[in-house]
Design a protein around this ligand. Structure first.
Ligand SMILES: Cc1ncc(COP(=O)(O)O)c(C=O)c1O
Length: 384
């Protein structure tokens, strides 16, 4: 685990997480990781940098092959090149998918709390947000399938996040199967943001909605190397659509909007990630499971009143601090004064005002430093 506990300063690299925070603040906010990516990716990128011309570049056959093989090996379903649409950001691709399907529906269903740009891509397309709140019990979230069934009668797009940001849920095979059956029953589209699908904790298994593409065709999946391999700055993602007609239509639509594939370095990194970095990814996942367990043990022991949501995937901890009875903005500001930055809960749902999202994709030392600061903050405010 040495590589994941390495001390690498990200300061003075125009790093959003570190350089946009106050100098004395340790950031546990924006969703990227603080340790170096795999040696294979770094080497392939360096080799490409060493050729000093960086002109327009296209994804080659190996690019597509690397995704085809990865998808089969890791997610258990078959695709070919025609099913893959390279893009330059998951959020952009989501925005344009809604735009492409604009005549299908007025309302778009989201299962909340959820990654906040989901709200923006719906509103910016002039559509209505339709909330299907996740059910929370014992710090564990599940889907309200009955309500989903009802909402799908009139709202024909479901924007799914799996693994789920911020709750860390990795929906089971049966849950995903149920969702697909409901979408089929109501002839609705599923847009599934699976950006976190490679980061799964010990004991859990990821199921893509595409596993059920033989059952139902209106499915669009969004993936990326950015979270899994620490490459968010490369702005490179892929859309996977098993239905050839839907894939062709969406591809042509993106072209008409001048949306193109990832940049020259992203195209190199995808191949290095999927072909040469699987071992690195598995080690990272072990490190992240370990970090999550440390965080949970620390908070359970020192602050049992904190609700630690059970994380099955992602590097995001979703913590319920509502017992402090402190408004979200105040909590965020106070935490900054104590020396850490987090993301405030209400970004993900108006219902989650006493929550914080805490990113644990860092070294063990940094995590423990952050937890100690969080602990001081809780002690200082719990008494009030
Ligand atoms: C669920 C989810 N989707 C998309 C993104 C961002 O993807 P991109 O940078 O490719 O637009 C994030 C980043 O945190 C995310 O958590």
């Amino acid at each position: 685990m040495k590589r994941f506990n390495e001390k690498v300063s990200r300061k003075n690299t125009n790093c959003v997480k570190w350089d946009m925070a106050d100098e004395n603040v340790l950031p546990f906010s924006i969703a990227d990781s603080d340790y170096p990516t795999s040696e294979a990716i770094a080497k392939c990128l360096t080799d490409r940098v060493n050729h000093p011309v960086y002109g327009y570049t296209f994804p080659d056959e190996m690019y597509y092959e690397s995704i085809v093989n990865w998808t089969k090996r890791r997610y258990g379903y078959e695709i070919d090149k025609d099913n893959i649409i390279p893009t330059n950001s998951v959020v952009t691709a989501l925005y344009y998918a809604i735009n492409y399907l604009k005549d299908v529906t007025e309302g778009i269903i989201v299962q909340t709390p959820v990654y906040n740009p989901f709200y923006s891509v719906i509103l910016d397309n002039g559509k209505k947000i339709v909330e299907n709140r996740l059910i929370k019990k014992d710090n564990y979230y599940t889907i309200n399938l009955q309500e989903l069934d009802r909402l799908l009668e009139t709202n024909k797009i479901l924007l799914l996040c799996n693994p789920q940001n911020p709750t860390g849920r990795v929906f089971t095979y049966d849950e995903i199967h149920e969702i697909v059956k409901l979408a089929k029953k109501h002839n609705a589209y599923i847009l599934s943001d699976e950006i976190h699908c490679d980061i799964i904790h010990d004991g859990y298994k990821f199921t893509s909605v595409n596993r059920f593409a033989d059952l139902y065709k209106n499915i669009i999946v969004f993936t990326s190397i950015s979270k899994s391999f620490g490459l968010a700055g490369l702005k490179t993602s892929n859309v996977i659509i098993k239905d050839k007609k839907l894939a062709e239509g969406y591809r042509a639509f993106l072209q008409s909007k001048y949306i193109s594939y990832g940049n020259i370095f992203g195209l190199v990194a995808v191949k290095a990630a999927y072909n040469q970095s699987e071992e690195w990814l598995d080690k990272q996942n072990k490190h992240l499971t370990n970090n999550y367990n440390l965080l949970k043990e620390y908070l359970n022991k020192n602050h049992p009143e904190v609700g630690v949501t059970k994380a099955e995937g992602t590097f995001l901890a979703w913590l319920d601090l509502s017992f402090l009875r402190m408004p979200c903005e105040v909590m965020q500001q106070e935490l900054l004064k104590f020396g850490i930055s987090i993301n405030e809960g209400k970004r993900y749902s108006e219902d989650c005002k006493g929550y914080i999202r805490f990113n644990f994709a860092c070294s063990e030392d940094l995590l423990m430093e952050g937890l100690k600061i969080l602990s001081k903050f809780i002690k200082a405010n719990a008494k009030k």
